[in-house]
Design a protein around this ligand. Structure first.
Ligand SMILES: [Fe+2]
Length: 387
């Protein structure tokens, strides 16, 4: 494409505070946002690991009125959001804080808008369907993967129908992302691996897709560089602070990359795999990614060559096609090194489920921006190779 004809926009409604121990500055941020009644949403795992206390302690010291809600399930259900919204309303919340991985943060974003909107959150599935803005949202990530702290999206499950919904728009963008790598230090190795590959999938799918643009590309490159440098070490040595810093930064900027571009086939297919088969989001992406890359390769050989080089492959003397293929090899090696399961069989996925997964995956908006247009049969083949 002639670059002179390439126009794009980039907007980030979220302010970011990033660094070791920035969580201690939370009271000042709440004051800046004029919060007086603070509703904190988290999940039982984050609470039991003692991480929630690290967020609540500075609030207690500053005498801030807080109500906590820690009953958030993995892949939060629409009923959980309705219940939490009722509690937040009766408390009179004027600011909502989400502390956790994608689930707690997505729940917080949903509750913050539902305080000022009627019905249930899934009534607003899609982009920009919410009529009213919510109360200010602060997201505090405790994993390095989802990037929910800077995205305009929340993903909510409807367990009765085994479906997951994306609700997006400016009102769902956190007001502040408070990113403290110290909160990720106790994250176990397998979770570090799964969430880290989720971040990689964000950076990579945005980088190669049809909707990418120069600012997203720059963010994706830097995110992939950080992941190539630090994911193995963060998994192998959880207390290595430099790799934790790198991984949280990689995750946040990968989400900044995909906010305006959307993603690709891995994220399209991991919705039904998460909804019906309960495959954790990061694991689903990690297992699918090499097969999705193999399929997409011909749609953007130059970009896949660049990915191979970012991940340390030597492409000298190779044809463009050969060099691009090395990117798939590099990601397979990374998956192996960080202990990603080999396939979906252990989650009960069989050949008989291919139709369902492919049909549901095809519904995703991420298919439209994928660098190669897939048929239903292509999607089935990608999942078949991933079982
Ligand atoms: Fe993701």
């Amino acid at each position: 494409m002639n670059l002179l004809h390439r126009t794009f926009t980039y907007e980030l409604p979220t302010e970011i505070a990033f660094g070791m121990n920035v969580v201690n500055e939370l009271p000042q941020w709440i004051a800046k946002l004029k919060g007086t009644r603070v509703f904190v949403i988290s999940d039982p795992g984050v609470e039991q690991a003692g991480i929630l206390a690290k967020v609540l302690d500075p609030l207690a010291k500053a005498d801030i009125t807080v109500q906590t809600f820690t009953d958030v399930d993995r892949e939060p259900d629409v009923k959980t959001i309705t219940t939490a919204t009722e509690v937040a309303k009766s408390f009179g919340a004027d600011i909502v804080i989400g502390v956790g991985g994608g689930s707690a943060q997505d729940a917080a974003k949903a509750v913050a808008v539902m305080v000022n909107n009627e019905g249930k959150i899934t009534d607003y599935a899609g982009l920009d369907k919410l009529p009213n803005p919510g109360v200010p949202i602060i997201c505090i990530p405790t994993t390095s993967g989802t990037g929910s702290e800077v995205t305009i999206w929340t993903v909510i499950s409807e367990k009765d129908s085994n479906r997951k919904f994306g609700i997006g728009g400016k009102f769902l963008a956190p007001t502040l992302a408070l990113c403290d790598p110290m909160l990720t230090v106790s994250l176990p190795g397998p979770m570090t691996a799964a969430t880290g590959i989720d971040a990689l999938t964000h950076a990579l799918e945005s980088f190669v897709n049809k909707a990418t643009q120069p600012i997203s590309e720059a963010l994706s490159r830097e995110s992939m560089r950080l992941i190539a440098k630090s994911l193995r070490k963060a998994v192998a040595q959880g207390d290595n602070l430099e790799s934790r810093y790198d991984m949280l930064l990689a995750s946040t900027i990968a989400a900044m990359a995909f906010n305006p571009t959307r993603l690709g086939l891995a994220h399209a297919l991991c919705m039904p795999l998460g909804g019906k088969f309960k495959v954790p989001h990061g694991i689903a992406n990690a297992i699918l990614l090499p097969q999705v890359m193999e399929f997409n390769l011909v749609g953007n050989l130059e970009k896949f060559k660049e990915i191979a080089e970012i991940f340390g492959e030597n492409t000298e003397g190779l044809t463009l096609r050969e060099a691009a293929e090395l990117s798939v090899k590099a990601i397979k090696k990374l998956n192996q090194d960080v202990g990603i399961p080999a396939g979906f069989a252990e989650y009960g996925v069989t050949e008989e489920d291919l139709d369902y997964i492919a049909n549901e995956g095809m519904e995703s908006g991420n298919v439209l921006v994928n660098p190669r247009k897939p048929t239903l049969e292509d999607l089935k083949e990608i999942v078949r190779k991933s079982i």
